[in-house]
Design a protein around this ligand. Structure first.
Ligand code: HEC
Length: 160
């Protein structure tokens, strides 16, 4: 091997090793923060609520844990993290209302708007309300969303 060739191989080897270790370093210092949504529900509550949720076709309109009926196109709010915005009593009243739009107004027509679940057994409404209240979002994600919105709206850097 000529010495010029050898030098090139050495340079390439150094670059590759450098890149690999930089990647490793980045992963340690800047780990992927992952999915920001979580639930504080017990496994039993989650299981019972999941079944009621499925039986009542909530996923025809809402997305939760990235699951949603792909055939439906209702612009309903996603339910991930919703328990950080409203509490259990609110969910219970909302699901129990004969006319949920008196609690939360809608711009959608009758086929798309949130249906009344007042006809469900009380225990089912309680279970759903407890489960919805358990759906949380990590603080860092709220903070980041706030920051993004601020910077988008004002065009300025978010004050630290
Ligand atoms: C036909 C579509 C549809 C179905 C089915 C449906 N929803 Fe909704 N939901 C909506 C829409 C649309 C809204 C927004 C308010 C409105 O437009 O009436 C909403 C609002 C909500 C809200 C309030 C969200 C907020 O921003 O505070 C909750 C909680 C909710 N739904 C839970 C459920 C649960 C639980 C089920 C199943 C038991 C369900 N929804 C079934 C369409 C639906």
């Amino acid at each position: 091997m000529r010495s010029g060739e050898k030098n090139i191989y050495i340079i390439i080897a150094v670059l590759v090793i450098g890149m690999i270790s930089y990647r490793g370093y980045q992963e340690i210092t800047d780990p992927d923060p992952g999915i920001p949504y979580y639930t504080t529900a017990s496994p039993e509550l989650k299981q019972t609520a999941d079944k009621i949720y499925k039986d009542n076709k909530c996923s025809d309109c809402h997305s939760l844990w990235m699951i949603r009926n792909m055939m439906a196109s209702v612009p309903a709010p996603p339910l991930d993290g919703i328990g950080d915005i409203r509490n259990e009593q609110w969910f219970y009243d909302y699901l129990s209302s004969e006319n949920p739009q008196t609690i939360l107004p809608t711009r959608l027509n009758a086929t798309y708007k949130m249906p009344s679940y007042a006809h469900l057994p009380e225990q089912d409404r309680r279970t759903l309300a407890a489960y919805l209240a358990s759906l949380k979002v990590e603080d860092w994600y709220l903070e980041e969303t706030k920051k993004r919105e601020y910077e988008k709206l004002t065009g300025k850097k978010y004050p630290q």
